[in-house]
Design a protein around this ligand. Structure first.
Ligand SMILES: Nc1ncnc2c1ncn2[C@@H]1O[C@H](COP(=O)(O)OP(=O)(O)OP(=O)(O)O)[C@@H](O)[C@H]1O
Length: 414
């Protein structure tokens, strides 16, 4: 078990690492294991507990973690959540709030890495829940052992270890923990998955086995990501923030790679954190195969002279305005020519039809009309000052925040 923690952190352990500890058996075991690991390395451990204020015992649980950390000489912070407004699902609201608080905490503490105590049982339950949603390779590869999100690398070193093993370990170390009473609550889907898992034992299906299946699929996922990246390099270019595919070469690829390329393009352009619905992407591919256009998640895909342009939907940015020093549509930065003095009356907005009619040279750019409508332009009130991607306005520059390379690197970023 200690080997799992070392595998997750070696050969280059971070000098400072955070650990999220609820007081339950899984995260108390993680705390203990990381403490032992850090004692052998140049690595300082920091612990955090979020008190959601939802259960009577929450304060006592946080205090239990605090006492144990004090005994081990680990700095520990308790973060309080005050905020459910009564709307939506309480579990989801609490989880979102918890991650938000932990991200702020990690930044304040100067931590790039935070470890979570998800176990093989959690992974197996996740898999069962995703089976119910008819997931593909990505969904069935489960939770990632290492994932960069919000600028923090979230580590899950215990995905291959069962809950039962962790409790045994805690007993052997003489560490006490609390059982979360909501674990017994039938309402939660995860709990139903846990009970179903127990029923699968006669088939030889258990948590560690399903966790291993997730790890196998995660390898397959990486291979698919890599093939998608190579295909993109081979047949995609970035023009005016749009992803432009060679139509013939895209449409002869295996369905799964076509799907991944399109999802990559759509997510990169829209900035959405999650992929679009499978059915929506399939619909878009079918339309493209027939030579038609499609729209998903605020982006269009449209065939044009042997190529397929994937670009921002104009309606999605029609009312989007930004000051010159802030990003426009979450992805563009506009830079004035060196000889233009700072002018606060200027703003960035979409070029739109009215703007495009004032760009006599737009055809020379080789970019389709529909693509240019949603590109950024400089405005002063209603007067168009510059449309750098439509060939108008001198030396103004429109730059993508993550550069054209951002599309390609995002394909490998799982
Ligand atoms: N109140 C808490 N304070 C600090 N860390 C927590 C808290 N609750 C959960 N965690 C961390 O998250 C891990 C997973 O916990 P749990 O399975 O309860 O999360 P969840 O609600 O299912 O959400 P998710 O699986 O998306 O993280 C724990 O092992 C622990 O590291």
């Amino acid at each position: 078990m200690t080997g799992k923690v070392s595998d997750a952190l070696l050969p280059h352990p971070p000098e400072r690492i955070g650990v999220a500890v609820s007081g339950g058996g899984d995260s108390m075991a993680l705390l203990q294991l990381l403490h032992r690991f850090c004692a052998t390395q140049v690595c300082t451990l920091f612990a955090v507990t979020v008190d959601h204020g939802l259960r009577a015992g929450a304060v006592e649980e946080a205090a239990l973690v605090a006492r144990h950390c004090a005994d081990l000489g680990i700095e520990h912070d308790i973060l309080k959540w005050h905020g459910w407004d009564g709307s939506g699902n309480l579990q989801n609201a609490a989880r979102t709030a918890r991650y938000g608080l932990m991200v702020d905490w990690a930044r304040t503490r100067g931590l790039d890495h935070v470890a979570l105590g998800h176990t093989a049982d959690d992974q197996a339950e996740t898999l069962l829940m995703r089976l119910a949603r008819r997931a593909g390779v990505d969904g069935l590869s489960g939770m990632a052992p290492r994932r960069l999100h919000d600028g923090i690398t979230w580590l899950r070193p215990l995905l291959g270890v069962s809950r039962a093993e962790l409790r045994e370990y805690l007993r052997s170390e003489g560490v006490v923990w609390v059982e979360d009473p909501s674990n017994e609550d039938e309402r939660f889907e995860r709990i139903r998955a846990r009970q179903t898992l127990a029923a699968l034992a006669p088939l030889g299906i258990d948590a560690e086995g399903l966790s291993a299946v997730a790890a196998n699929l995660s390898q397959a996922r990486r291979a698919l990501d890599w093939q998608t990246f190579l295909a993109a390099r081979d047949m995609a270019e970035i023009h005016a923030g749009a992803v432009v595919f060679d139509r013939r070469r895209l449409l002869i690829l295996p369905d799964e790679i076509q799907r991944r390329l399109l999802i990559g393009a759509l997510n990169w352009i829209s900035g959405a954190p999650y992929p679009p619905r499978r059915g929506a992407v399939s619909g878009m591919i079918k339309a493209l195969q027939k030579g038609q256009a499609g729209t998903v998640d605020g982006c269009h895909a449209r065939p044009n002279q042997g190529r397929i342009w994937v670009f921002r939907e104009y309606d999605k940015v029609r009312d989007s305005r930004a000051a010159l020093d802030t990003p426009w549509d979450g992805r563009w930065k506009l830079r004035p020519p060196a000889d233009v003095p700072q002018n606060e009356t200027l703003h960035v907005g979409p070029l739109g039809g009215a703007g495009l009619t004032q760009c006599p040279d737009w055809r020379a750019t080789g970019r389709p009309h529909a693509v240019l409508l949603s590109t950024p332009a400089i405005w002063q009130g209603d007067a168009l000052i510059a449309a750098p991607l439509a060939g108008m306005g001198g030396n103004w520059q429109a730059e993508l925040l993550d550069g054209a390379e951002g599309f390609f690197t995002a394909l490998l970023s799982h």
